[in-house]
Design a protein around this ligand. Structure first.
Ligand code: GDP
Ligand code: MG
Length: 439
C-alpha cells in the first residue's frame, strides 16, 4: 500500500497547484493501492471521490507543495475512514464489566482473552477469564495456561456444562469476588453457522455483557469487514478486535471495518506475546499506511520503558533537532528491552515492512551501533558535530570499537538524517507542518 501511494505523490513533483487534470494520475495510483490492499470497491470509490473533491478545491497554499497537500488530504481522509477517534472500551458503572469475545476459529480469541486481561490489569483492574469454549478440552487448558501466565484467575466448569450456564456461573463467582472485569471466551467454528450464532445469542442473553467484541484476523482483508457486519446483524456487537496485524496483512481490514460495518475497531493485536495488544489509533494507522513511520507509537512504547522525564526530554530534543548519541543509545536499548526488534521496526521512520532476513540484519546493526557509541567520549555523544568535523575522532572511535572508519562515518551521518526526519515527522503527528517527501 505504501509503495503504491508513493507513486501517487511522485507524479505531482514539479506541479504548482492541484488541478482536476493533474490529480487524475495520482488518484488512479491511490485507487490501485487501496484495491491491492484488499479494501472493498465501494469503499475505495467513496474514498477516491472524497479525496478528489477536496484536492481540487484546496487551491494554493504558500510554501506547501501540491504533493504535500495531497498527502495531508489522503491522511485526514484515511483517519476519517477508520472512524476518526480512538474508540475506548466501555466499563460498567455498577458490578463487573462483562466482555464477551466472539469470532471464527483460530482468529486469536483465546489469546486475546489473556492479552486483554493483562492490558486491563496494567490499568489497575482485577480480571477473571471464563472458559466458554466447551467443545475441546484443549481450549480450556489453553485458557488456563494463558491465565496463569498473566496471573489472572480462570473460571472453568469442564466440557459437560452449556456455555451460557458456565458464563452465568462465572459471572456469579466474579461478583462474589468483587472482580472488575469478566472476559468470556467462546468457541469458534471455521465458518459462520446457525449453531454458533444460536449459542452466542444464548450466552449474550445470559450475561447482558457491557462489550461484545468480534475478534477478526487482519490477514483476511475485506472478509474481516464482512464478518463484522454479519455478526453485528446476527447477535449485535459493540466493536471489533483486529488480530495478527504484525503478519503479512495488506491493511484492507483496518481500513474497511468501520466503513462497511459501522462498528469500530477498538483494539489491535500485533503479535503472540501477552503485551502485544493495544488500542486502535486511526491517525497512527494512517501515518503508518502513508509510510511516515509511527513516531508517536514509537515514543509511547519507549516511554513505558524509559523514565517519563527522559521521554519528554527526548520529544523536546527531537523538536529542536538536538537528538544526540545518548538518546540514540537509550532508544536502541529501550527497543531491545521492548522485546523483539521486528515489532518496533515498522514504527521507525524510514523503515517499512521488513523481511526476517532484514530484521536479523537490523538486530545485528543495533549491536554494531551500540559498540561504536560506547567507544565515544561523553562529549562526543552529546555533540555529534565533534565527530562530523574530526576524522581523528572518528578514527579513534573506530579503533576503540573494532569497527571501520567508514562505519563510524555512516553512523554519524545517520544520526543527522534522523534528526531531520524525526523533526519533520513529529511536526506532522502534532498537527503541525507537512513533511517533505524527498527521500
Ligand atoms: P482462537 O481459536 O480464536 O481461540 O485462536 P487462538 O487464541 O487459539 O489463536 C490462534 C493462533 O493465533 C495462536 O497460535 C496464536 O498464538 C496466534 N495469534 C493470536 N493473536 C495473534 C497476533 O496478534 N499475531 C500473531 N502473529 N499471532 C497471533
Ligand atoms: Mg480459542
Amino acid at each position: 500500500l505504501t509503495s503504491g501511494l508513493e507513486a501517487a505523490w511522485s507524479k505531482l513533483k514539479g506541479e504548482e497547484v492541484l488541478t482536476k487534470e493533474n490529480i487524475v494520475e495520482p488518484m488512479r495510483d491511490i485507487r490501485r493501492a487501496l484495491l491491492e490492499a484488499d479494501v472493498s470497491l465501494p469503499v475505495v470509490r467513496r474514498f477516491v471521490q472524497a479525496v478528489t473533491d477536496q484536492a481540487v478545491g484546496v487551491g494554493l497554499i504558500r510554501g506547501v507543495r501540491p504533493d504535500q497537500q495531497l498527502v495531508k488530504i489522503v491522511h485526514d481522509e484515511l483517519v476519517k475512514l477508520m472512524g476518526g477517534e480512538v474508540c475506548e472500551l466501555v466499563f460498567s458503572k455498577s458490578g463487573p464489566t462483562v466482555i464477551l469475545l466472539a469470532g471464527l476459529q483460530g482468529v486469536g480469541k483465546t489469546t486475546v482473552c489473556a492479552k486483554l486481561a493483562n492490558y486491563l490489569k496494567k490499568q489497575g483492574k482485577s480480571c477473571m477469564l471464563v472458559a466458554g469454549d466447551v467443545y475441546r478440552p484443549a481450549a480450556i487448558d489453553q485458557l488456563s495456561i494463558l491465565g496463569k501466565q498473566v496471573d489472572v484467575p480462570v473460571y472453568t466448569a469442564g466440557t459437560d456444562v452449556k456455555p451460557s450456564e458456565i458464563a452465568k456461573q462465572g459471572l456469579a463467582d466474579a461478583k462474589k469476588k468483587k472482580i472488575d472485569v469478566v472476559i468470556v471466551d467462546t468457541a469458534g467454528r471455521l465458518q459462520i453457522d446457525k449453531t454458533m450464532m444460536d449459542e452466542l445469542k444464548e450466552v449474550k442473553q445470559a450475561l447482558n455483557p457491557t462489550e461484545v467484541l468480534l475478534v477478526v484476523d487482519a490477514m483476511t482483508g475485506q472478509e474481516a469487514a464482512a464478518l463484522v457486519t454479519t455478526f453485528n446483524l446476527e447477535i449485535g456487537i459493540t466493536g471489533a478486535i483486529l488480530t495478527k496485524l504484525d503478519g503479512d496483512s495488506r491493511g484492507g481490514a483496518a481500513l474497511s471495518v468501520k466503513e462497511v460495518s459501522g462498528k469500530p475497531i477498538k483494539l489491535v493485536g500485533r503479535g503472540e506475546r501477552m503485551e502485544d495488544l493495544e488500542p486502535f489509533y486511526p491517525d497512527r494507522m494512517a501515518g503508518r499506511i502513508l509510510g511516515m513511520g509511527d513516531v508517536l507509537s514509537f515514543v509511547e512504547k519507549a516511554q513505558e520503558v524509559m523514565q517519563q522525564e527522559d521521554a519528554e526530554e527526548l520529544q523536546k530534543k527531537i523538536m529542536s533537532a538536538k537528538f544526540d548519541f545518548n538518546d540514540f543509545l537509550k532508544q536502541t536499548r529501550a527497543v531491545a528491552k521492548m522485546g523483539s526488534v521486528s515489532r518496533v521496526i515498522g514504527m521507525i521512520p524510514g523503515m517499512g515492512k521488513a523481511t526476517p532476513a532484514q530484521i536479523r540484519e537490523a538486530e545485528k546493526n543495533l549491536k554494531v551501533m551500540e559498540a561504536m557509541i560506547e567507544a565515544m567520549t561523553p562529549e562526543e555523544r552529546e555533540k555529534p558535530e565533534l565527530l562530523a568535523e574530526s576524522p581523528v575522532r572518528r578514527k579513534r572511535v573506530a579503533q576503540g570499537s573494532g569497527k571501520t572508519e567508514q562505519q563510524v562515518s555512516q553512523l554519524v551521518a545517520q544520526l543527522f538524517q534522523m534528526r531531520v526526519r524525526m523533526k519533520n515527522l513529529m511536526g506532522v503527528m502534532q498537527g503541525g507542518s507537512i513533511p517533505t517527501l524527498s527521500n
